[in-house]
Write a protein of this length. Structure first.
Lengths: 361, 801
């Protein structure tokens, strides 16, 4: 075996024996460093004859190339092994729980969500959203809405009153969102298209009545709006809100002091499955709203000529339609802030109702 | 308003079925709330007891053989004392549900003897309380046929929910008129004949309060015999839930429902002198027919005689002059009363009667006299006697009001195409008189429709009788454009604040607007003008001055259920005063226990600590920023309202005057007063105090100006007195060079003995952004020197060695 072969064998053995990058580096320096065994061999080429060099040149350079390659290969091998070892050490139990993100834990109350759903639908039909105060005067809650003083219809409202002021006038908690109709008509020239979501109060409390509840009022005033338009608006709303392609509604004559003609609206549904309501099928008629053409006296109270302007209004319980759609069994739970109820019936903060995405998709 | 089908048919000639009638009633505005078709009584058949033998093993039981009409006698064990051969009664076969005992029968053995059904008592059929024996029918009762049909107990009862505007339909006759107008038959509309009387009514009537009594009719009938009313009348009254008393009283109740005409009968022997219609004197009392004594006021109209008050006008008669079986001479009264006065009196005295129900809606004035004639005739028919002439006082007659009615109004308001002729026909069938053939009808309103006073009312009449179903929905004309911004700034801010808080892991609550007075006072409320005069409960008396008490109470309720770590918020109104502007729009929230934004409770990577003032501060600032408050201009100052911990609360201001938010840990004494425990932190953000943003001419954002030179960060630690606020150090450092220093941030606070008593170290990171060139070391050193100098000057801070 030649000297070179001997050398190659020794270095190769050293490379194979190296167990980490430091040892590999030591082998490299010992072979290919300035004073390394292979480098020393290369230096001998200068002193050789041309013939000798022709033989030994390629041989020594070949040796160098092979050693370099072997070093690189061994180094990669060791590095991979080191990473593998580290990964093995770093292994964790990924089944351990992480905390749920706040955006998944938070909840929007069903009333707020349903108001957003309603807003999305009516905004699409060109309605604005109007609001008004909870503490009202007798004039806006009753008189301007054509409730005559002492009329039994006033009594049906079970009004909460505040103490009389120095003039003997008592303020009250609005019993419906209708006062906002008056405020709007006083401020804004027709055409008017508004919906009014808000809190309302009546002195009443059981599973389906709460002393505080939420109403959605609607008002359209222009020179042509009639019962046929009203039927269309309410049908389109109900279909969109309940997210069903088809819905049977029944309009039947009724009475409200502030509309004439007045109607109540029932929707057909199936309540044969406990805790579940299906629309567009079944044998039950469920009342969901009251509506009618704005009474001429109400228009006059707002300075509008009932022979020139006309329009319609409606009111429905937000809590009630929320219950119908989402199935909460008891109205009183809405106001109890039980986190188990909120978690179950509430909505995720980033579930924003839109028509293009589907209201509750 | 309740009535039976047979009663209705007394006024309506019709072939319509019960279902058709019910459907039509609802569709013309007389909403049917309940129909009792008496199906429960259908299975009971008339049966004859053939034999009755003593039960072998029971003294009180008998074994009957009963003929139920099919020729095969059945064996029935019966315990009734009157069960004997030959008795004809009501039989229930096995499988029948017996309502009075709430049992469905089956074949059973009673003391060893098989029983194939039951002979029933009236109580078992729920037709009376009689239970001393089984039903005992006359000998001619047809065995094998339906008991209910034979006994006329199968008359369906219909209940309608009458709207307050329809006094005319407080009578069976009025309902029949509406149905006839809607094409469901013919109204039997014969005039009520007058009864000829002998001699003047001896009792005179003096109306001292003509504003409350626009008419009074009276008649004496002498020599009556007042026993029970006949069965047909009793059955009708019972069917609608009235208790038969005696013939005279039953007649008044019958006419009340039949014609919507309430009446009163006085026992003439107990009436002293003439009748005076007047306002009650303050403090006068009357023992009414409900056996309660009422204290009266001059607001109340009464009928009085020489004895004092005999009757509360339009509401209830007095006990003293009421009719009983000893009555021989009866005064029958039919009067008119002011509806509003009756309504107020009824409300003030808390009396609900069938008379009040009608008078407060408005009784047909033209029925006053016919109603009295009808009642007289019934008295004569049922009780005999001799009538006097009528005495009618104060009645001016009815002057029909007129309305010019352009028939096109129907189309204008409803969209319905109804011909003028049809409109006119509908109105006439309802009793309106309509003159004219052209575009405008001259309509006069009948006396029974006080609710109708304008064109729109007539449109409603035409619409409801023609049929609401006939109106085809028509799209609202499109506004012909893509919608612009729909929501107002406040609405957008409310929505954004709500979503921002929910995203922070909080749950939205909706709590009562009214709270306990004590809670209100703890949070700066308690204004007497914000106190409800008639709260639903003592704990719901005061309009809330803050969202926090309701949320803290909600947190406590959850804790009591085992959920101690809750984060709740609400975006709603609070009430500073009773004016419109006193209602503020607020986002408030609480965190309780360890309900941090990152999560609550224990966790393998580290447990959540208790919530504190900084959680509340972060929530408040998040809500403010989401609602569009200018983040860079907000000032946070120490201290807040007294319900917060004085050393762990803060106020967010915009300029010296506008308070945008308060936050902090809830004061332990406040929690104690609320019966709550902590830790609880909370905040309130006053969304409506955030100024409107300035209108912008363009939506283009300002150009992004990025420096090509690298940002340099330098850290400093200053030793300052403990009382020095971190924000003053940040501000002083930033002021050292407003151009180059882009941010200053406290990243460490250290307190320790090594620093000395009352000292703390505050470490800040200062971000320096070179603008035109890279800064040299000398320039950086100079800048650092200015930072140290400025902080020293402003806060007394010394660079920590």
């Amino acid at each position: 075996m030649s000297e070179l072969e001997e050398l190659e064998k020794t270095i190769s053995a050293e490379i194979a024996a190296a167990v980490d990058e430091q040892q590999i580096e030591a082998v490299r320096i010992a072979a290919l460093g300035k004073k390394g065994s292979v480098s020393e061999k290369l230096k001998t080429l200068g002193a050789m004859s041309a013939e000798e060099r022709q033989v030994m040149g390629p041989a020594i350079n070949g040796l160098k190339a092979r050693i370099t390659e072997a070093l690189t290969a061994r180094r990669t091998e060791l590095r991979d092994a080191a990473i593998d070892a580290r990964l093995e050490r770093e292994k964790v139990d990924v089944t351990l729980p992480v905390r749920r993100p706040p955006a998944e834990r938070g909840r929007i109350h069903p009333i707020s969500q349903v108001i957003d759903e309603i807003t999305a639908i009516f905004a699409d039909m060109g309605f604005a959203i109007a609001e008004g105060p909870d503490i009202e005067t007798d004039y806006y809650n009753f008189t301007a809405l054509n409730f005559p003083e002492g009329h039994p219809a006033r009594e049906m409202h079970d009004t909460f009153f505040f103490p009389p002021d120095e003039k003997g006038e008592r303020k009250l908690l609005r019993t419906h969102t209708s006062p906002v109709q008056i405020h709007t008509m006083e401020k804004q020239e027709p055409p008017i298209r508004i919906v009014i979501p808000g809190k309302t109060y009546r002195q009443d409390s059981d599973a389906t009545h709460s002393p505080m509840f939420h109403q959605l009022e609607g008002l359209v005033i222009d020179k042509t709006a009639n019962v046929a338009n009203m039927k269309w608006v309410l049908q389109e709303f109900c279909k969109a809100f309940f997210e069903v392609p088809h819905l049977n509604m029944r309009f039947r004559p009724s009475f409200f002091p502030f509309t004439e003609p007045s109607l109540e609206v029932d929707i057909q549904c199936d309540r044969s499955q406990p805790g579940e309501v299906r629309f567009g099928e079944g044998n039950d008629w469920m009342e969901i709203l009251g509506c009618g053409m704005v009474h001429p006296n109400v228009l006059r109270a707002c300075g509008l000529d009932p022979d020139e302007y006309q329009g319609f209004a409606w009111g429905m319980g937000i809590d009630r339609i929320a219950t119908l759609k989402y199935g909460m069994p008891d109205l009183r739970d809405y106001f109890d802030a039980d986190v188990r109820w909120l978690e179950h019936y509430g909505f995720r903060p980033l579930d924003l109702p839109t028509l293009f995405g589907g209201l509750s998709a | 308003m309740k009535f039976t089908l047979s009663w209705l048919k007394e006024h309506l000639e019709t072939d319509a079925t019960l279902d058709q009638i019910v459907e039509k009633l609802t569709m013309i505005g007389l909403e049917v709330e309940d129909v009792d078709d008496k199906a429960a009584l259908k299975p009971f058949v008339i049966a004859r007891v053939l034999t009755a033998e003593q039960h072998p093993d029971a003294d009180r039981l008998r074994v009957l053989s009963v003929d139920t009409g099919d020729g095969k006698p059945v064996q029935v064990v019966c315990g009734a004392p009157n069960a004997q051969a030959g008795l004809i009664g009501a039989f229930a076969a096995p499988g029948t549900y017996v309502p009075g005992i709430d049992v469905t029968l089956s074949v059973g053995k009673i003391r060893g003897v098989e029983s194939h059904g039951m002979m029933c008592s009236e109580r078992e059929l729920e037709i009376s309380d009689e239970h001393n024996g089984i039903i005992d029918l006359p000998k001619d009762a047809p065995v094998g046929t339906s008991f209910a049909t034979w006994a006329k107990l199968d008359d369906p009862v219909i209940e309608i929910g009458l709207t307050p505007n329809r006094p005319d339909c407080t009578s069976v006759f009025g309902i029949a008129r509406d149905l006839a107008a809607a094409g469901l038959g013919t109204l039997k509309n014969a005039a009520i004949p007058a009864v000829a009387g002998k001699g003047a009514c001896p009792v005179d009537v003096i109306i001292e309060a003509p504003d409350l009594c626009p008419g009074f009719g009276l008649r004496l009938v002498r020599g009556v015999k007042n026993g029970p009313s006949p069965k047909w009348m009793q059955q009708r009254l019972k069917a609608i839930g009235l208790r038969p008393i005696n013939a005279l009283v039953d007649i008044t109740n019958y006419v009340t429902f039949d014609r919507g005409r309430p009446l009163h009968v006085f026992d003439a022997a107990k009436v002293k002198g003439d009748l005076t219609i007047r306002r009650a004197r303050d403090g006068e009392t009357v023992l009414a027919l409900d056996e309660r004594e009422y204290r009266l006021t001059p607001e109340i109209c009464v009928i009085a005689d020489g004895n004092g008050v005999e009757s509360i006008a339009g509401i209830m008669g007095g006990e003293h002059s009421g009719c009983d079986e000893n009555t021989t001479d009866v005064l029958v009264e039919s009067a008119l009363w002011d509806p509003m006065n009756v309504a107020r009196t009824g409300r003030d005295l808390g009396i609900i009667t069938d008379a009040r129900y009608r008078f407060e809606r408005g009784v047909d004035p033209e029925m006053m006299v016919p109603g009295l004639e009808l009642a007289t005739q019934l008295v004569l028919d049922l009780c005999g006697g001799e009538p006097s002439e009528l005495r009618v006082v104060g009645y001016q007659g009815y002057e029909p009001r007129g309305i010019s009615f352009p028939v096109a109004e129907v189309k204008r308001l409803t969209g319905l195409e109804v011909s003028g002729a049809e409109s006119r026909g509908i109105l006439e069938r309802l009793g309106f008189a309509a003159k004219g053939e052209g575009d405008v009808l001259e309509v006069s309103i009948p006396s029974w429709r006080p609710d109708v006073d304008g064109k729109a009312d007539l449109v409603e009449e035409v619409m409801r009788i023609h049929g609401v179903n006939e109106i085809a929905p028509a799209p609202l004309p499109s506004h012909g454009a893509v919608n612009g911004q729909i929501l107002t700034t406040l609405q957008n801010r409310t929505r954004s604040a709500r979503r921002a808080l929910a995203v922070r892991g909080m749950m939205e609550a909706v709590t009562w607007s009214f709270i306990d007075e004590k809670q209100a006072k703890l949070f700066g409320g308690g204004d007497p003008m914000l106190k409800l005069s008639n709260p639903i409960a003592a704990s719901m008396s005061d309009m809330r001055p803050s969202l926090l008490p309701g949320l803290i109470a909600a947190g406590q309720r959850n804790a009591a259920r085992g959920f101690a770590d809750v984060a709740l918020f609400e975006v709603s109104g609070i009430y500073e005063n009773d004016r419109y502007e006193g209602q503020r729009r607020v986002a408030g929230g609480i965190r309780r226990g360890t309900a941090k934004m990152e999560g609550a409770g224990r966790h393998w990577r580290g447990n959540s600590p208790a919530v504190d003032v900084f959680d509340a501060k972060a929530d408040a600032l998040a809500a403010l920023e989401a609602a569009g408050a200018p983040a860079d201009k907000l000032q946070v100052v120490a201290g807040g309202p007294e319900w917060y911990h004085p050393g762990r609360s803060g106020t967010v201001r915009l300029g010296p005057k506008i308070v945008l938010a308060t936050f902090g840990e809830i004061h332990p004494r406040t929690l104690e007063a609320l019966d709550a425990d902590g830790p609880v932190c909370g905040f309130e953000v006053f969304i409506d105090a955030i100024p409107e943003p300035k209108a912008k001419a363009t939506r283009t954002k300002p150009r992004l100006d990025l420096s090509p030179f690298q940002l340099v960060r330098r850290d400093f630690a200053f030793v300052v007195n403990k009382g020095v606020e971190a924000v003053s150090i940040e501000r002083a450092a930033a002021a050292a060079d407003k151009k180059l220093i882009t941010a200053v941030r406290v990243f460490d606070i250290f307190e320790g003995a090594s620093l000395g008593e009352d000292k703390k170290s505050v470490a800040i990171e200062v971000a320096i952004q070179p603008r035109d060139k890279t800064l040299t070391d000398e320039e950086l050193e100079a800048l650092a020197g200015r930072v140290v100098e400025n902080v020293g000057k402003q806060t007394g801070g010394v660079l920590r060695g």
